[in-house]
Design a protein around this ligand. Structure first.
Ligand code: DGL
Length: 270
């Protein structure tokens, strides 16, 4: 009954942690494409090819349902995968939908005209590919009016986190927040639109100020996955065991993951 969770690297562990708390009885197979991270500096074609190949690995590991715990893959590849590539008996879900639903206070399938929503000035921190895709702004514009989104591409941040260089990561967060605040001096809310960034959540909050609400994408995704599995129990795959797979060096990836999640994580070769 395993479910797959994919990210280019360690960021998706923030989602894995939340979904495994919500669904403790479900085994999850986590796949980190560490040797190709970061995805955020790649073009859409490249992100599409890498994401499809990662998803196939998770299907082969007994997961019929795969969560793309990666905003970059969700923004740059998911729609095309769903329209042209995913077979009938498999599902791939992204991390965008639950976030947009929370921000716009309505279900994804609600096709009524866009309405005013509570939050008007939103800061979006994401990878260069996610910012370039404008996927977040597009989905928001279908559903909400009068929301001003200012996006900041956080170049270098995923590399620093993957390398475990937290001094550089903190300096980059502060400088990207500064750059955002110069464009939008008083955001009411901020989206950490890359699953790596919650690993730096306290620094983002400190740099933005305590009044700025941070949307917790991991929590939103886990609630939505629990609801989905309740409605689609047939989407549990054949896998029976939780596993951590990587295309990188398992020893190095395990060390960084253990440090981030503060519990022993053992990756194996994908
Ligand atoms: N953690 C991913 C995201 O949510 C990908 C980061 C990257 O590989 O650049 O966007």
């Amino acid at each position: 009954m395993a479910v797959g969770v994919f990210d280019s690297g360690l960021g998706g562990l923030t989602v894995l942690d939340a979904v495994s708390q919500e669904l403790p009885e479900v085994p999850f197979v986590y796949f980190a494409d560490s040797s190709h991270a970061p995805y955020g500096v790649r073009d859409s074609e490249d992100i599409y090819d890498l994401t499809c190949s990662a998803v196939e690995t998770l299907w082969d590991a007994g997961c019929d349902l795969v969560i793309l715990a990666c905003n970059t893959a969700s923004a740059a590849a998911l729609r095309r995968m769903q329209e042209t590539w995913i077979p009938e008996n498999k599902r791939v879900l992204g991390v965008f939908v639950p976030l947009i639903e929370a921000m716009t206070e309505r279900d994804w399938g609600d096709n009524s005209p866009p309405r005013e929503v509570a939050v008007k000035h939103v800061a979006l921190f994401a990878t260069p590919a996610t910012v370039r895709s404008r996927a977040f702004q597009r989905e928001l514009a279908f559903r909400a009016i009068g929301v001003d989104v200012e996006a900041q591409a956080c170049g270098g941040l995923v590399d620093a986190i993957e390398e475990g260089d937290m001094i550089l990561a903190e300096a980059l967060v502060r400088s990207h927040v500064d750059a955002l605040l110069r464009k939008m001096p008083a955001p009411e809310a901020a989206i950490l639109g890359c699953t790596h960034y919650p690993l730096m959540k306290d620094i983002f909050q400190d740099a933005l100020g305590a009044d700025v609400k941070l949307y917790n994408q991991a929590e939103l995704v886990s609630a939505s996955l629990a609801d989905y599995l309740k409605r689609h129990p047939d989407m549990y795959g054949a896998g029976a065991q939780s596993r951590f797979l990587t295309t990188g060096d398992p020893k190095k990836v395990s060390g960084h993951a253990t440090r981030f999640l503060k519990r022993e994580i053992g990756f194996e070769n994908a």
